[in-house]
Design a protein. Sequence first.
Length: 328
Amino acid sequence: MTETMRAIEITKPGGPEVLQVTSRPMPIAGYGQVVIKVVYAGVNRPDALQRAGMYAPPPTASDLPGLEASGEVVSVGAGVSTVAVGDHVCALLPGGGYAEYVATPAAHCLPIPSGMGLKEAACLPETFFTVWSNVFMRGGLKAGERFLVHGGSSGIGTTAIQLARTFGARVFTTAGTNEKCAACITLGAEEAINYRDSDFVEVLQAEGGANLILDMVGGDYIPRNLKALAEDGRLVQIAFLQGPKVEVNFATLMTRRLTMTGSTLRPQSDLAKARIAQELQEAVWPLLSSGSVAPVMDSEYGFEAASEAHARMETSGHIGKIVLKVAG
């Protein structure tokens, strides 16, 4: 194995053009870690936020972008017994996925679902870890409940719609075009609300309110989400595309017994992420292997076209996931 590898680095905070191919030292598998030869890497909004200088990686993580990948395990560190050299896996990463090789905890690796290729598998970890931990573990979604997810055509949205539907919830979503709304209906949403034409608050109130809302918009959506919730409803916040600061009347929470919570995935402990991985393998991986749930694919870009992939994502024109092909 060579001592260096190709990688995509962020040369300075800025737009997609600041992503450039560089040479970096090969990662080494530490205790409990594996090194993966990356075939595909998922492209996600946190990558773009990091590129723009708005989302610093944890101190112990690689400064290279990339939070999920698929490929072949080429080395294992001490203390690893669940993954072996030669295994094909997809993995949640602390960073560094935009590279030919990446190190990550073995407990954050999952097998490739039966019948699924490495391209599709590269799209699983970031979105499925996020949705499972926030909608089911934190949000406590149950069969029969009314669930609203904003941004239904995003990677998070397409995953949340499918999982919520599969586990028996009534699914509502928002999107910005009729094409995106149609895609959400196909995935299992009961109603897809074009937010340019209709008010999601009115739609949900007419249904009795949402029992759970998953939101990544923030800004003025926060007080509107509270209005859209049913009594004893829960709001889970996972991002703030329109900003984290807003005025909220907290008397609404008290009188209607609402719950507001949220999380980010990347800063959580390795143990917390390992627990999510274990639940996913038990509850969700059989659904992926059977084909009843599947990642929605938007587009594939070559390794050296990472800037084009970011530009595509930032148009918000995509439906589903974008990937980089790192190796042939």
